[in-house]
Write a protein that binds this ligand. Sequence first.
Ligand code: C2E
Ligand code: CA
Ligand code: CA
Length: 647
Amino acid sequence: MPTEGDESGDLVGDQHDPVRLVGLHRLVSATMRALGQAVGDSVDPILNSALAAIGTFSGVDRAYIFLTDPDGAHLSNTHEWCATGIAPEIANLQHVPREMADPWFEAFEDDQHVYIPSVAELDDDQAELREFLLAQDIQSLLVAPLGSGGEIHGFIGFDYVRHRADFSPADLDVLRILADTIGATLSRLRAEERAARVELVDPLTGLPNRTMFVELVDQTLALGATGPVDVRPETAGRRTARSQRRSLVGLIDLDEFAGINETFGFETGDAILVRVAERLQAALRPDDHVARVGADEFAILVDDAGDDVAVDAISSRVAAAISEPVDVDGTLATVSASIGFNVDDGTAESGAELISGAEVALRQAKGSGGARAVSFDRDSGDRIAERVNLTMRLRSPGGLDALRVAYQPAVELASGRVLGVEALARYTDADGAAVPPDVFIPVAEDAGLITALTQRIGRMVVEDVLERILPVLQGPLSVSINVSAAHLEHPEFVQDLAPYLEAAATCEPAHLWVELTESGSMVGDPQVLANLDAVAAAGVRIAIDDFGTGYSSFARLRHLPIHGIKVDQSFVRGVESDPVNQSLIRAQVDIADGLDILLLAEGCETRAEVDTLTELGVLFGQGFGLHRPMPIEDLVELLAAQEPPPG
Ligand code: C2E
Ligand code: CA
Ligand code: CA
């Protein structure tokens, strides 16, 4: 019990004993080391044991930490240690108004601690504080700020209940060092927390980013899986059971956004992205989520999408939100988008699975020309399984051994002479069934196997040229392989392709080519330009594949070492009765003439198409109507039967 007038106190140990001071120093530096490595939640146990150690050692009755509540107007006791026989107060000291401690915080702002040797002697202008402290039997106390300047998180305090305190200046120094370390640790942890938050949010739109979106979808599925069926009348239907609830994920990829950036500039491009983000949010309910998951890709998550009719309604609202023109400095810009939806039927195991279905659907939407939505419905659900199996098979040892090459001839339309061949990858699954390249090429790209695949195809092609084709060749022949656009951006591209590039000389009179799908980076990326130059310098020719479906403009093509373009099949299909495609092909013929490069039309299936193409000035063609892709044996036979070229 506190004794009236007990000035010097029956202290635990002599406060001025140097041995005691060294011990205190040791404790504080051990705590500092531990705090220096503390992350997240691990800081709490460190603080608790530091308070206990220092409390025991220095003979105080209570050692504690108060932190400011998020509202800034209250304080809460977050950590407390009490000597034996001293009643804990932590439970009584939650969310107490900060006002009472305002004089202390004024001192803290000046980097001062507050030492009250005798609470009973506090001035009357601090009467409220005096009574508050006395109510806890506190006779003396020391409080020191945690943090400094504009960032004071709270304070550390030491109470004397049974007797009055007698801190030496050396004690105070050590305790201040401790307080400063704790303050700095709290500042660091809060900064890390903020940084972690920032990493989950897209800075441009303030929307969750991809990482956070995946997390949100995971959480939604987890909630649904464990959430109880709510049958209470007042809340029934608020959160229905997983099997009845349908979560919808939508991926929205803006079409040709690179073109928009180029036409209007990046600043305007950004403004459009912000507008689209706002519209998507407005199209959905507040509980739903919109995220920005890529440069020009958004994602939505609708927790409980409802029945088919409701899902359709959501899709149209989203589509409308995007297709409405955006006012850009007085000019109306229209953006279109490809959308992939996936609605969980209660079977999705993870957020990643649900999202991956939407990705498959998005790919289909983009593949069919964009500006459309595709839903990944239950019927195509096994495509995910197929993809997973294929990825595993491709990645397994010897997974690429099943790769084969089919050769599709390209002909001079007027004579039908085979002037070139394109190597097309063929793959069979474990059961020997053919897997189309449109399926396994994207899988190989995602699985990081596309380089190995291209190298293997290149090697097989060079081997076929040297051993099978050259012996029967009567004149020049172009031989091409396909290269993925993504690969072209790699700094190692030339090194990866070295064996193919180096074979160019020994393959004469066969000329090696690479076919590249046009991509946005083709014109801007210096790495891509360097790679293209190196390919051309090696004597390997370059064709732009699927021409007209990407973003190439004539002006940009001029500066690339391009030797040919392949007009995409979509222009050729039914061209004889399609005046628009006719004029587009005529324009492409003009470009090729202007640049003095070759032009070939892909996908020639009918006589009528070939005739129209010829009228439009197309000299070369490829397609099922001319020759289907064939094994090397058939190609050798075809080439051997060919007359030597005239002249
Ligand atoms: P692509 O480079 O545009 O190849 C032409 C595709 O059109 C081939 O499909 C070919 O069989 C098909 N085709 C040719 N003539 C006609 C026709 O008259 N009508 C129709 N409907 N189709 C025709 P395939 O072999 O299924 O290849 C599809 C795509 O897969 C290729 O499109 C190419 O982008 C990719 N691919 C194929 N092999 C490779 C490869 O070794 N590496 C890479 N990176 N991609 C490859
Ligand atoms: Ca091709
Ligand atoms: Ca093509």
